[in-house]
Design a protein. Structure first.
Length: 209
């Protein structure tokens, strides 16, 4: 039975929302595959102690950079999809803007090729970009959750749980010893992928209904 209470989406073909959902899912796959391949290509890389940023610098940086750009594309695709559906009030447009902002930050971080590793060449902004990215990542799922709840109750719940986990877990990264921060960063990346995947599922369900 169709869900009559789902807020309407703008008059675009359903294939557009499905396409954005697919790009969202594929971007998550791209960053995971890129991470695995980059780890295999970089000699003596310790996936527990060494961070993802270490893979995005050096001789084989192109592998991780492409994977990160693919991940950025998934955020931007979800942002476009959310921008083409209409919820009640401002939360949904703000969720779309948050996702677009995250996409832009990932691209800037990758393009600058500067990872806050105590270099003094110009202005080191990596850590500040990460702070903003973390804040947007915490905001986006909660902003989109009310709409997702209408689409499917379990999707709204999933977004709230993932958002809460991010808020609790993300700040811990900055206080971890370097011997395990690589593993923890990968876990946070998995959490980010889960948020994108759930939002992509929201878009798919809206297109179906």
């Amino acid at each position: 039975m169709p869900h009559q209470k789902i807020p309407a989406f703008c008059p675009v073909d359903r294939w557009f929302l499905r396409s954005m959902a697919l790009v969202g899912w594929l971007g998550c796959v791209a960053v995971i595959v890129g991470l695995v391949v980059a780890q295999m290509m970089v000699p003596e890389h310790d996936w527990i102690a060494d961070t993802i940023s270490d893979l995005a610098a050096g001789e084989n940086e192109i592998i991780m950079d492409v994977a990160l750009y693919g991940f950025a594309a998934s955020f931007f695709a979800v942002a476009l999809g959310l921008a083409h559906v209409r919820g009640d009030g401002w939360p949904l447009p703000m969720a779309a803007l948050s996702m677009a902002g995250i996409a832009a930050l990932i691209v800037v971080i990758g393009a600058r090729n500067e990872y806050g590793d105590n270099d003094s060449d110009g202005v080191v902004i990596h850590v500040y970009l990460v702070y903003v990215l973390g804040a947007l990542m915490a905001a986006a799922p909660f902003l989109a959750a009310p709409y997702a709840q209408v689409v499917r109750p379990f999707l709204g719940t999933a977004l709230r749980v993932l958002g809460a986990l991010w808020i609790v877990a993300a700040p811990v990264f900055f206080f971890l010893p370097t011997g395990i921060d690589g593993l923890y960063e990968r876990a946070l990346g998995g959490l980010a992928c889960a948020i994108v995947a759930v939002l992509s599922t929201v878009l798919w369900r809206v297109a179906q209904d």
